[in-house]
Design a protein around this ligand. Structure first.
Ligand code: MG
Length: 394
């Protein structure tokens, strides 16, 4: 009864308040927290950052030990939302190209009176240039963090997803010496992760990699061939062999332009075939339908969570499987990716574990599964001792 009275009293107060208050103020009051007050202008700033990788990372066509990142933040009315553009070299974006984009985006963002219309804002952000997807994502992620905080809820909750449905997360074991592969595979398996293996070199090297892992663990393996198999008959033979080794998924087996061949392979493959390099944005999903079993969504390629959410709906409507992946990223972008993890069959959100100098923390991994933060927005907390200098130059 007391609860009901309290509810009615709160509801009455809220109705009266609604006539006078903005949506952010109503939500803040509903949560019983005082609303931050500050300048009601969307201020975008950025901070170039170099992610230092714990180990040299090797995939079928390159190796590297650092990844350029541009961290962003958007402030509005006393709230601060954090974002990130992570730019592995093969995507064609650089720190300079991202900052050039952000300089153009800053005045466009300022034209909006508040951050609520993320869809409308991102449409304008997209119209500034054709590319710069990671830089666009850095704005989208900061906006989601900001608006989520104003709503007082994380995005997985706003979207109605159940975090208990998050699948086992995969941990990448890169190309390395036999001893290192054994060590990394044992470590990943002991923590309850699936193991993700990058293949796509010679048949002998690829099979040796799998056999080496199987010497130390039976944990399920996900394969990423990174477009490495150029012949569909060879690819099918490899997949049939892998299917006997407790592998449960093949990502991008063939070059992205070999769409018909990949469709042929998917039809015959005993394992699901997921599109990664072939799937960048919402418009790609329909083209891939019928050729791949599903899509790997990466925020740095699809301009962020707004479009990722649309890709989720379209893929679900088409009956395609879902996966969320990442680049080498800090916990900012990983926390954003974690918001859609509950609707994915595979999550590959290990980018923040691969770097030695992460700047924030948020989502965690428990018993091998991603646990998105329950805190509002992206639930980001800056790590102790981190001092980031965000700047804005027009
Ligand atoms: Mg991949």
């Amino acid at each position: 009864m007391t609860d009901r009275r309290t509810f009615l009293k709160s509801a009455g107060l809220l109705t009266a308040a609604a006539a006078l208050l903005s949506p952010s103020q109503i939500f803040a009051r509903a949560k019983g927290v005082s609303k931050p007050s500050g300048k009601k202008e969307l201020e975008l700033e950025w901070c170039p950052f170099t992610a230092k990788m714990k180990h040299v990372f090797t995939i079928s066509n390159n190796s590297r030990s650092t990844t350029p990142i541009v961290l962003t933040r958007i402030t509005y009315d006393g709230y601060t939302g954090y974002g990130e553009a992570a730019m592995p070299p093969y995507l064609g974006e650089t720190t300079n190209s991202a900052i050039d984009y952000l300089k153009k985006a800053r005045p466009v963002l300022k034209k909006f009176k508040d951050p609520w219309m993320i869809g409308a804002i991102m449409a304008e952000m997209d119209a500034i240039t054709t590319n710069n997807c990671a830089a666009k994502a850095s704005i989208d992620i900061a906006l989601h963090d900001l608006v989520g905080q104003m709503l007082g809820q994380p995005w997985w909750k706003i979207w109605g997803f159940d975090p208990k449905n998050c699948p086992y997360n995969s941990f990448t074991v890169g190309l390395a010496s036999k001893e290192e592969v054994r060590e990394k595979a044992k470590e990943a398996a002991s923590e309850g992760h699936l193991i993700k293996v990058k293949l796509g070199r010679t048949e002998e090297q690829d099979k040796m990699m799998i056999n080496t892992i199987r010497e130390v663990t039976d944990t399920t393996i996900c394969i990423d061939a990174n477009q490495g198999w150029k012949d569909k008959f060879y690819a099918l033979d490899m997949i049939n062999w892998l299917a006997t080794k407790n592998v449960n998924m093949i990502e991008q087996p063939m070059p992205k332009l070999m769409l018909e061949e990949t469709g042929w392979l998917t039809e015959r493959s005993p394992l699901p075939i997921m599109a990664d390099e072939a799937c960048q944005r919402l418009t790609d999903v329909r083209k891939l339908y019928g050729h791949y079993t599903g899509i790997n969504i990466k925020l740095m390629k699809c301009t962020g969570l707004h479009e990722a959410r649309e890709m989720v709906s379209l893929a679900q409507a088409l009956g395609m499987k879902l996966m969320v992946g990442c680049m080498t990223e800090t916990s900012v972008a990983i926390a954003a990716g974690a918001q859609i993890a509950p609707v994915c069959e595979w999550t590959d959100l290990d980018g923040n574990w691969l770097i030695a100098n992460d700047v924030f923390h948020s989502s965690t991994v428990e018993d091998g599964r991603i646990v998105p933060s329950s805190k509002p927005g992206l639930g980001l907390e800056m790590n102790k001792g981190v001092d980031l200098k965000y700047v804005a130059e027009e």
